[in-house]
Design a protein. Structure first.
Ligand code: ZN
Ligand code: ZN
Ligand code: ZN
Ligand code: ZN
Length: 557
């Protein structure tokens, strides 16, 4: 968000945009930035001074200028695509002066000292930093550096018109699709560098406070800005269409679990020739899915290059996704709308959903009281121990029947809630099923066969491992509000295991929730059936170093 407009004229700063919102190459993407170190203007080469030490910095190439100098800045920003087929032979380094403070030269390994002037050169693609005097001895070809597996260099993106004039012409259908999708920008097509996995990044800038916008900008610098999409500008469809025919592309979703669900739905609908694997950079709090995939509970400013390197050593994990069909008993009776059609994480009825519903209403009313994971857990405890919630759900078994794969489930005992789990984490890390003994990703399709049987025998259930790829759901009975409070705050780890099954029918319902979104549901029948499996990327296990600095784990190098 820039308030800078006094310069006027041709130097009006462009708002942050990604992918199809970018028009022509060459223009810098200015951002007003405060510096806590001496920085020199790329235009007049004098110090950026003043009380606030602020200046304009280009998000794409880090060209930096006084506000008064920006209008004289050359239109020298990066090229994001090849304008002619001659450009596509080899990528050369694109050097920009400055931005090398306190770095070592990647050519001669000596420190790049600043003599109170614009010092050193950095390449906007491979991010090498060198002395100006070392430039002649650096080979001109740029391989895009350490992140080359993820980067689409400009030489990999062609205008469609030029491609169609070549023997490798794009099919007409492809061309018309791009022309329809991007009426305002040149129609482009990707021909990636062989043996790379170009990354398509979706950022939800509304997730995680200012973190979302920072992550968006950083990826626009680390990768080709045409790989990075702001979900608030046109959603996921433009990015998925642009990457449609790229073999081996991967997706990184930066946002909460809800954002991941949104992207998985969009992939379902896009009908791509191959379903791309999805990694998650969790923004905000909650993030049960990201936690289960080892990407953590919330991004906290870690180095994004490291996260991209972790993606290279991640493994594929197919994740079950479940379709929920709600048929109301009386179609005229109006309840809240059902929030999702698909369960990625969990579904619950009764005490847990009721607590979540109250939590949801309170958070809408007082958002400032619900801004950290610890506070949220305490609120859950507060709600969980309240008498009114207990009263609502006390006689749950009188209103509810559950059938698993045709067998009715025994709901005897003092049940006040039932949770149906796909992943081993709920409400920011609580595990209702209990300890997973085998590491995630090893147990597959327990019992074998394509039609898994329901497991309801209590002895067998004790040894069942929760698995998000086994085409089954875990059903857990929740006894009461006190127990829920203990589970949320980590005093107790699990509810009562009822079944491991692949289909559920319930009757006459109450407060419910899907993936953390609660609602009140009038009497109805709910069918939960397996929809599909989405390939997800499971982060490498955290490296634990032992004596002698030897690193454990399957991903040692
Ligand atoms: Zn620039
Ligand atoms: Zn200047
Ligand atoms: Zn380079
Ligand atoms: Zn050097």
């Amino acid at each position: 968000q820039l308030s800078w407009s006094k310069g006027g004229g041709q130097a009006v700063p462009r708002l942050l945009a990604g992918g199809p919102n970018m028009k022509d190459d060459g223009q810098h993407m200015w951002r007003l930035k405060h510096f806590n170190r001496p920085v020199y203007c790329n235009v007049c080469e004098t110090l950026l001074v003043g009380l606030r030490k602020q200046g304009l910095c280009c998000t794409f190439c880090k060209f930096t200028a006084h506000e008064r100098c920006a209008r004289r800045a050359p239109l020298s920003c990066i090229s994001t695509y090849a304008k002619s087929r001659k450009d596509t032979s080899a990528q050369s380094h694109v050097w920009v002066k400055g931005g090398c403070e306190a770095s070592k030269c990647d050519k001669c390994q000596k420190k790049i000292k600043s003599f109170q002037s614009l010092t050193g050169l950095h390449c906007v693609w491979c991010h090498l930093k060198i002395h100006e005097e070392c430039q002649p001895s650096v080979p001109p070809t740029c391989d895009c550096g350490a992140l080359r597996d993820h980067i689409l260099p400009p030489s990999a993106i062609y205008p469609v018109v030029l491609v169609s004039a070549s023997p490798r012409a794009a099919p007409l259908a492809t061309r018309s699709r791009f022309l329809l999708s991007f009426p305002l920008s040149p129609a482009l097509q990707i021909i990636p560098v062989p043996d790379t996995h170009p990354l398509l990044v979706f950022v939800n800038p509304k997730s995680g406070g200012k973190q979302g916008e920072r992550v968006l900008r950083k990826f626009q610098y680390l990768l080709n800005p045409r790989q990075v999409y702001n979900l608030m500008k046109g959603g996921p469809a433009p990015g998925l269409n642009f990457f449609r025919d790229v073999p081996d592309f991967r997706i990184l979703v930066c946002g909460g679990d809800g954002t991941v669900g949104w992207i998985l739905d969009a992939i379902d609908k896009a009908n791509l020739p191959r379903r791309p694997p999805v990694a998650v950079l969790p923004l905000g709090t909650g993030n049960d899915l990201a936690r289960c995939l080892r990407w953590g509970g919330g991004y906290d400013g870690e180095n994004l290059r490291k996260i991209l390197k972790d993606m290279e050593s991640s493994s594929l994990l197919p994740m079950d996704r479940w379709l929920v069909q709600v048929t109301p008993e009386n179609p005229a009776e109006k309840g809240d709308p059902v929030p999702y059609e698909i369960i990625n994480n969990y579904f619950s009825i009764g005490v847990d959903a009721s607590i979540a519903h109250r939590f949801h209403l309170m958070r809408e009313k007082y958002p400032e009281k619900f801004n950290s994971r610890m506070k949220n857990k305490l609120w859950y405890f507060e709600f969980a121990t309240s008498e009114t919630i207990f009263a609502t759900c006390k006689k749950l078994k009188e209103y509810l029947t559950i059938e698993c794969c045709g067998q009715p489930l025994d709901l005897s005992g003092a049940l006040s809630g039932v949770a149906v789990l796909n992943i081993p984490s709920m409400h920011g890390g609580s595990n209702l099923w209990g300890e997973t003994k085998k590491p995630l990703g090893e147990a597959r399709n327990v019992g074998g066969g394509s039609q898994p049987q329901a497991v309801t025998d209590p002895e067998t259930l004790k040894t069942c491992v929760q698995d998000l790829s086994d085409r089954r759901l875990e059903v857990v009975g929740l006894e009461g509000v006190i127990e829920m409070g203990q589970i949320y705050t980590g005093l107790k780890s699990a509810g009562k295991r009822l079944a491991k099954c692949s289909e559920i029918t319930t009757l006459k319902c109450l407060p419910m929730q899907i993936d953390g979104e609660p609602w009140m549901q009038p009497p109805c029948t709910i069918r939960i059936t397996h929809k599909n499996q989405a390939p997800m990327l499971l982060a490498p296990p955290p490296r634990s170093s032992s004596f002698f600095g030897i690193k454990k784990g399957p991903h040692e190098s």
